[in-house]
Design a protein around this ligand. Structure first.
Ligand SMILES: Nc1ncnc2c1ncn2[C@@H]1O[C@H](COP(=O)(O)OP(=O)(O)O)[C@@H](O)[C@H]1O
Ligand SMILES: [Mg+2]
Length: 285
């Protein structure tokens, strides 16, 4: 599903006070089945942007096209519900929202809510449990008896069970150890590549961006600084410096090797494999 922002602004109304232009005149087109990393400092508007795509936050002006639906200031409830059934949102620490007595009931909640038939509910519960790599033996367990990493998978399975075309995730790796985080990102990448789910992920880790994302969206004060392909993004050293962004480990290593040897590699290394290939090509290995 395609996502198109057309001059979108948004704000939060807090009683009489209005936080102005949290999202500020954003125009942006995100192609179907792409994997976008959303980055920017705290308060830049990353979470708000995800909420706009999911219809939790409504634009104050402009419009957002999500597939065949249009979200604008006057979008009605039916449209918002339809968009929510197509866009799965995984909040930060989604395990905090687990509530049911069993894992099965928790995962089934979304599809039931969207009026899946009993048979479809069962199928999607099993399918999404398998997708997140959890065993069926957990279905009758209380979600609260599981480990933190397992709880996060259950929460993710609950969103996947609604069969979204678009998945937006707010720092899905936060608070997990390196391995748990890598597993979650690998899983999201698989959904993106095999099921052609359009993915937007908020992350602070440039390694995640380099390894998994095909596009980078950098926000600052509610505005789009840049939206570009990952390789082009990490090739623009001036921009990285200007925005004080860390380099992914592989690129950092490459820059050190280039400095020490005086050899400039032909392209930037986004993964370990790419770095090794280039070292071999330059006869440094
Ligand atoms: N519910 C809310 N009510 C009022 N202001 C909010 C609310 N949520 C976020 N904001 C403000 O909107 C701005 C963008 O927030 P957010 O989208 O959460 O940024 P990020 O996810 O990049 O940290 C911040 O200035 C924040 O204080
Ligand atoms: Mg946020």
């Amino acid at each position: 599903m395609q996502i198109k922002f057309d001059q979108v602004s948004a704000d939060y109304q807090l009683g009489p006070i209005r936080a102005k232009n949290i999202i500020d005149n954003v125009s942006l087109q995100i192609a179907p089945a792409t994997f976008t990393a959303v980055i920017g400092q705290t308060g830049a508007g990353k979470t708000s942007l995800l909420k706009l795509i999911n219809g939790i936050l409504r634009p104050s002006s402009g419009s957002i096209q999500v597939g065949e639906f249009t979200l604008d200031h006057s979008a009605n409830k039916a449209t918002l519900n339809q968009v929510r059934s197509r866009v799965g949102m995984v909040f930060q620490f989604p395990e905090n929202q687990l509530f049911a007595e069993t894992v099965e009931a928790d995962i089934a909640f979304g599809p039931k809510n969207f009026n899946f038939s009993a048979e479809e509910v069962d199928q999607s519960v099993y399918r999404s449990l398998e997708r997140v790599g959890l065993d069926q033996s957990l279905l009758k367990r209380s979600p609260f008896s599981l480990s933190g990493g397992q709880q996060r998978r259950v929460a993710l399975a609950g969103v996947l069970a609604t069969k979204p075309d678009i998945l937006v995730l707010d720092e899905p790796g936060a608070g997990l150890d390196a391995r748990g985080k890598q597993e979650i990102f690998a899983l999201i990448k698989k959904l993106n590549q095999q099921d052609r789910v359009t993915v937007l992920v908020v992350t602070h880790d440039m390694n995640d961006v380099a390894i998994y994302a095909d596009h980078v969206l950098l926000l600052d004060q509610g505005k789009v600084v840049t939206y570009q392909e990952t390789r082009a993004f990490f090739s623009d050293q001036d921009q990285l410096t200007e925005w004080n962004l860390e380099l992914p480990d592989t690129l950092h290593l490459q820059r050190q090797i280039e400095r020490r040897t005086g050899i400039n590699f032909k392209q930037i290394s986004l993964t370990q494999t790419e770095l090794i290939d280039q070292l071999i090509e330059e006869k440094l290995l």
